[in-house]
Every structure is written in structure tokens, then in C-alpha cells.
Design a protein. Structure first.
Length: 116
């Protein structure tokens, strides 16, 4: 199983970006998929996630600005980020949890740079 993340880039403050993450190489559905982010020198922090019940959860800084969605195949998620701020600059990582084995998977990370 590989998580392929895409969509990072550079944008000015107030702009938008859409991140995507696809779990490839498996027929197993991953209900729990998440986006986390990390600034160098800081711990990785949760941005948004789908719970095992399929509910989207957002951290406070993401509420009202970010929207988490998933494709019908359930193994591709998207993070639509709007009104981006310089504080959103980070490497964004996709995460998935195998519901059968509880094995965790991580994407390679995609850099988001927001300039003020």
C-alpha cells in the first residue's frame, strides 16, 4: 500500500490550494484517513481527519477554511484549503489506518508555502 499525495505548492496569503491523497495498491477500504502537517522543529499536528464513522473532523485552525472530502472509492481524500495564511506553511502528510491490521501508512509529504 502506498499513499500518493499531491497538490502542494506556493500561494499568496488569502489564496487556495487543494491537496489530494490516494491509497494505492490495495482493495481494502480505509475509513480512517487524515491530513497532518509539520513545520521543521515542531511536532506533526493533525489538520483534518475522517473518523471510522466517516465523519470529518477539523482542528480549530482549519475550521471554516479547510474542507475534507473523499471520492466514492473511499480511498482518495482531498483537502480544499482556502484563505490560506503564512502560518499554514508546512509539509502536509497524508495518513491512513488499515482497519483490519491497524497498520499505519504515511504519504511522502507535500510542501505548502504561503507567502504574505
Amino acid at each position: 500500500v502506498q499513499l500518493q499525495a499531491s497538490g502542494g505548492g506556493s500561494v499568496q496569503a488569502g489564496g487556495s490550494l487543494r491537496l489530494s491523497c490516494a491509497a494505492e495498491g490495495t482493495v481494502i477500504r480505509f475509513p480512517v484517513m487524515r491530513w497532518l502537517r509539520q513545520v521543521p522543529g515542531n511536532p506533526r499536528e493533525l489538520v483534518a481527519s475522517f473518523t471510522s464513522d466517516g465523519i470529518a473532523h477539523y482542528e480549530d485552525f482549519a475550521k471554516g477554511r479547510f474542507i475534507l472530502s473523499r471520492d466514492k472509492d473511499q480511498n482518495t481524500i482531498h483537502l480544499q484549503m482556502s484563505n490560506l495564511k503564512s502560518a499554514d506553511t508546512a509539509v502536509y502528510y497524508c495518513y491512513a489506518l488499515n482497519p483490519l491490521t491497524l497498520q499505519q501508512y504515511w504519504g511522502q509529504g507535500t510542501l505548502v508555502t504561503v507567502s504574505s
